[in-house]
Design a protein around this ligand. Structure first.
Ligand code: ADP
Length: 485
């Protein structure tokens, strides 16, 4: 891997605490390339005590960091952003090697991840308070916004770069310090960012990356350490619930980006070719391993067969392979369990009467975790994927008749993150957009992620929003000052 990097020093196997590169008390854990099955790094496996030391350092430094002006924080974050972009290729190569997504997607993620650092650096200058007319003649009321303090972050493997910057950038811009634990599958993107943060001139202790294979121990430290004032998490709803319960003892502030089960609806007045293109981007980006990937595709009866045929033709063209190879659109899945989950969903659907019109077969033999994409038709609400996120290359097609029917089916889930639909009739567009119980609605588009918009879910998909000017509020406390004059 080192030999593929323009700057080999970006491959860091140690953790980054208080401006120092540290070895793990528990030795190392292995990082595997999911396309080839080979070990690409041995990364520091930190103990809970080491994470406690990182939190202590973050607590001390945060008090100084909060004194910096917004403009000063903006300047260093701008340098951090510039360094991410200058190293976009190398960061992309590291990301593809540990996560599997095609290099173009990986570089795209680095650009997307960096955009949060740029955006929130700019926002650092605009953390405005408010004055409120006093309630008595001699009273003056001011509201100021202050950083919450030490922020602990837990992130998943599907976006090893951007899930960290979406949390770290607003935290740092607000004047918080940050202790992040990346997923053990993908720690190298995180440690590379530690190096760039150091080069950008972020003060020691403000941005820490604690690598560890012991997720639940670290999660407990984050929730039980009184110096931590906020926990921000992206991952499954199941683990989100555990963290919320643990964080309750300290009444800790929590932001949660949890699971989704996105409906993708194609109405009979849709531009079918655009809908197919959107479905491909939405369903097969990162090989179906995103929390905003279409999980259920609802197609109105009049265009159902035509859409299925066009989708099949488009999916057949997608090239599967090592993400480092040219033209690859579908990389490997993250591990063997991910393959099993897709296979279980296909088997369940078949047993309940669905038809496989593409794929449905076995994984590719060999060292990597490759599973060809599958399309199933004739799907119904009792099938597993109607309630459970597949997180893989499986596109289930459901047929519907009326707008009311499809809204009821689309909302029939505990999740409420992203949703999508394709239609042209304006009044239908408005009504459906308002009726979908989701935090995000894509209308005639399959891609909705941008740093300038608030990303987040309703129902059991989470708490809080990331991105946009709203995103920084989750890292600020309001203080009301009442003055008698
Ligand atoms: P995913 O399906 O994306 O892996 P998870 O919710 O299982 O979603 O994991 C998201 C992140 O949370 C990963 O970094 C994982 O290691 C971590 N994690 C899993 N269980 C716990 C836990 N009990 N406490 C803290 N972190 C956890």
């Amino acid at each position: 891997l080192k030999s593929m990097l323009k700057d080999p020093s970006l491959l860091c196997e140690r953790a980054y605490i208080n401006g120092e590169w540290v070895d793990g008390d528990n030795g190392t854990f292995e990082v595997t390339n999911p396309a080839r099955g080979d070990v690409i790094a041995h990364v520091a496996d930190l103990s809970r005590a080491q994470v406690a030391r990182a939190i202590a350092a973050a607590e001390t430094t945060q008090k100084e960091w909060a004194k910096w002006t917004g403009k000063e924080r903006a300047a260093v974050l701008r340098r951090f952003f510039d360094l991410m972009m200058e190293n976009q290729h190398d960061l992309g190569v590291i990301l593809t090697a540990e996560q599997g997504k095609p290099l173009t997607e990986a570089k795209g993620e680095v650009g997307y991840g960096a955009s949060f650092i740029e955006f929130f650096g700019e926002e650092a200058k605009r953390i405005y308070g408010e004055t409120i007319p006093g309630h008595q003649r001699d009273k003056r009321i001011t509201v100021i916004k202050q950083p919450i303090g030490v922020v602990a972050s837990i992130t998943p493997w599907n976006f090893p770069n951007a899930m960290i910057t979406r949390k770290a950038a607003p935290a740092l811009a607000a004047g918080c310090s940050f202790v992040g634990r990346p997923a053990a599958e993908t720690p190298l993107s995180a440690t590379a960012m530690g190096l760039l943060a150091e080069r950008a001139g972020l003060p020691a202790g403000v941005f820490n990356i604690v690598t560890s294979s012991r997720a639940s121990e670290i999660g407990k430290e984050f929730c039980e350490n009184p110096a931590v004032r906020k926990i921000t998490f992206t991952g499954s709803t199941e683990v989100g619930r555990i963290l919320l319960r643990q964080a309750a003892d300290q009444v800790m502030k929590c932001s949660m980006e949890l699971g989704g089960n996105a409906p993708f609806i194609v109405f009979d007045d849709a531009d079918l070719d655009a809908a197919v293109e959107g479905a491909i981007l939405c369903k097969f980006r990162n090989n179906g391993q995103t929390c905003v990937c279409a999980n259920r595709i609802y197609v109105q009866a009049g265009v159902y067969d035509a859409f299925a045929a066009k989708l099949k033709a488009a999916v057949e063209k997608l090239k599967m392979g090592d993400g480092m190879d040219d033209g690859v659109a579908l990389g490997p899945l993250i591990n063997a369990d991910a393959i099993v989950k897709v296979q279980e969903h296909v088997a369940d659907a078949k047993a309940k009467g669905a038809s496989v019109i593409l794929g449905g077969g076995e994984p590719v033999q060999g060292a990597g975790f490759f599973l060809p994409p599958t399309i199933v038709t004739g799907c119904t609400q009792d099938m597993a994927f109607a309630s459970d996120e597949t997180f893989g290359p499986l596109a289930p097609l459901f047929k519907f008749e009326s707008v009311d029917d499809v809204i009821a089916m689309a909302n029939d889930t505990i999740f409420g993150l992203a949703s999508y639909f394709y239609a042209k009739d304006l009044s239908r567009v408005y009504k459906v957009a308002e009726a979908l119980e989701y935090g995000i609605v894509g209308v005639n588009t399959g891609i909705i992620s941008t740093e300038v918009a608030p990303f987040g879910g309703v129902k059991q998909s989470g708490l809080g929003r990331e991105g946009s000017h709203h995103g920084i509020e989750d890292f600020l406390e309001m203080k009301y000052i009442c003055m008698s004059i």
